[in-house]
Every structure is written in C-alpha cells, then in structure tokens.
Ligand binder design. Sequence first.
Ligand SMILES: Cc1cc2nc3c(=O)[nH]c(=O)nc-3n(C[C@H](O)[C@H](O)[C@H](O)COP(=O)(O)O)c2cc1C
Length: 404
Amino acid sequence: MSDKRVLLIVAGGIAAYKCLELVRRLRERDVRVRCVVTRAAKELVSPLALAALSGEKVHDALFSLTEEAEMGHIRLAREADLVVVAPATADILAKMANGLADDLATTLLLATDKPVLAAPAMNPVMWAHPATQRNVARLREDGVEILGPAEGDMACGEHGPGRLVEPEALLEAILARLEPGPRPLAGIRALVTSGPTWEAIDPVRYIANRSSGRQGHAIAAALARAGAEVVLVSGPVAIPDPPGVRIVRVESASEMLAACEAALPVEVAVCAAAVADWRPERVPSEKIKKEEGHAPPVLRLVENPDILARLARHPSARPRLVVGFAAETGELEAKARAKRAKKGCDWILANDVSPGTGVFGGARNTVLLITGEEPARRWEDLPKEEVARRLVAAIATALGRGSA
Ligand SMILES: Cc1cc2nc3c(=O)[nH]c(=O)nc-3n(C[C@H](O)[C@H](O)[C@H](O)COP(=O)(O)O)c2cc1C
C-alpha cells in the first residue's frame, strides 16, 4: 500500500482521539496519511500527535501563505486516493451537504475529485435530528459513503446510535476502498447470524452463553468485502459492527428468528450465532425476589425455535445455500454430520469448543467444513478472519462465482 494516500479530515468531535489509533494502523499498512484538522478538532486532539504518528505536516489553515506556496489547497485535495472524514461532526456533515467551504477542511471536501468516506460521531439526539438525517441522505445521494455511526454508550453519558465506528472497522473500510479486491458475490443477498442469544428469566436476569460473535461478524465482513449485500442479525456482543453490512440487533432466539425471516429472500444464509436451545417457560413481569425461608426458584425450560432448521426447511424462501455451525465438545465430525442431516442444511462448519481450545471468545479457530459431497476440509488454527475468507471463497465457488 506504500503508493496509497489518505487525506484524513479530523473534525471537532469528542471521538477525535480515536484518529490517533487509526493513523497508526494505516501507517502500519504503509498507507501515507495526511491530516487536516478543523479549528474545533484542534481543541480535542493534538495536531502534534497526529503529525508524529503520520510523519507528515498537519494542515489547518486555508489562508497560509507558506502552505499555499508549498502545497496549494487544490493539490492537497487531489493528491489522495481517498478522503476520510472522521469523526464527522453534525456541523461538518451539514456543511458538506450544502457545499459550504468556509475553512480548509470544507474547502478541500468541495475541491476534491476523490471518493469521500465519512464516519459520523455525535450525540444520539443530534444524529436523530431531522436536519442531520436530511444532510446524511443528501450526502449519500452525492456519492459520499457514510460509515456508521455505531450504537452504544456515549461520552456524554447517553446511549444510542452516534459512536464513531472503532478504528479497526474504519481501517478495514479504508483498505477495502484503497485496494478493492475481486467482488465475486456482487448482487448476492446474504444473511448471517452472530453472537449469543439472551433468554430472559425475569426483567433483570437472563440465560446466555460465551459466544463473542467474532466468527459470525468476520463472516459478515468477508461476505460484504466479496460484494454481497449482507444483513447481519446479531445477538448482544461487545465487538464493533463490521463495515458494509446492515445490522439488526436482537436479544432472544425468538427475536433472532423473526429478524431472519424478515431478511428473506436471500441466496446464502450462514447461521453462526450460538442460539440458546432453551428459554425459561414463564417470564414474570416483576423481578423474582429472594425471600428468607423460601427455596430457590425452579426454572422450567422450553425449547427455542430452531433457526437453522427453519431456514433450511423454509417452505417458500429457502436460501440456495444454508450453512450452519456446530459447536461441539468431542467427536466433532460424527456429531457435525448428524447435525447436518437433522437440520437439513447444506454445509456445517464444526468447531471444537471444549474448555482449553480458546475458541469461544478467542481470535482463532480450528474448523471442519462438511459439505456432504466431499471429505471434510480441516482448517487448522487460523485467525477467525481467515476462516471467514476461506468460507466465503467456498461459497463463491458453490454459487458458480469463482473464488473470493
Ligand atoms: C467537548 C466537545 C465535544 C464535542 N463532540 C462533538 C461530537 O462528538 N460530535 C459533534 O457533531 N459535535 C461535537 N461537538 C461540537 C462541535 O465541536 C461543534 O459543532 C463544532 O462547531 C464543530 O466544528 P467542525 O465541524 O468544524 O469540527 C463537541 C463540542 C465539544 C466542546
């Protein structure tokens, strides 16, 4: 990537500090980064730190004679392969949407002929404001790519959509645009489930499992990179949203099933979520009280809907390819083959989640891919991203789209 250049425009959002990490990660990939800061950004992140990490002068002034002599603002706007605005404040989005150019950052954004990627970050109420939504819709129409915002706890103490996507997801999105790979799944719709489900016991307690969502999220990201239009139905996880996918957040297995059915029709479904097999039969509307002298409550469980089997046996909209996961402890291949037959899915990716393997929550995975037509393929001790990439390559081949 040593010939690739990013012009990073840092606006005055509280998340501006995350740009330091982004610059560092881009430099690790040999991407050259030139930073421009707004007046507000200079209050929130140190231009000196940006200069040190990027190894380049940080620009902030439109009317600087030395800069115009050394490097005109038009050249600055054009000498990049990609312009990234992160964090994109409500203010800068409004200016971009209306073509204002009253400082260096906004002038560059108007003068550039390069693709622009903006990652909004602001208070959830600012984000939901009709003016911001109007501006974002107009920017999308103008061809600006909007990444995020993510949902979660905000620096201002509120909760909701408005967080800057994590540097990792920004990095992925930037690299994908700088070096677009083959897109064999362009035009294909895909559904991925990921993460655990939470089954309520009462309004404050729930049954869960140790799934982190890392494998499912990596598969969603790899499918999107290969050009698929991806709906990711995710249980509660603490990892960033993968770039380029539409995310539907759910808690329980029943909600997950409803979200999956709403996403149909799709050509490919990959069920990587660790869906709870059972849920409490009765969920009282009040918290179950611990009372002196009373025996502990007995939880009676009932079976949850089987999402994989429902999709694989869907009467009217069965995906062309249904892929399930089998998380087993011991006798992996035999159990996975039995599961494939029982659920009616096409492929099973089996992984051993015995204690000590570190698979649940970990960054690496060892899996068996069982397609039914050929001997099981074993992918040994790989990063979950690589497992995802190989699975997507296999999916592309199965759909007659060559390799991803
Ligand atoms: C501490 C602090 C944090 C701020 N964080 C944000 C933010 O996250 N998002 C946002 O849109 N505005 C935020 N603002 C308001 C912007 O800084 C303000 O609208 C400013 O005019 C933006 O200028 P710029 O878009 O040129 O950078 C913040 C302001 C302060 C004082």
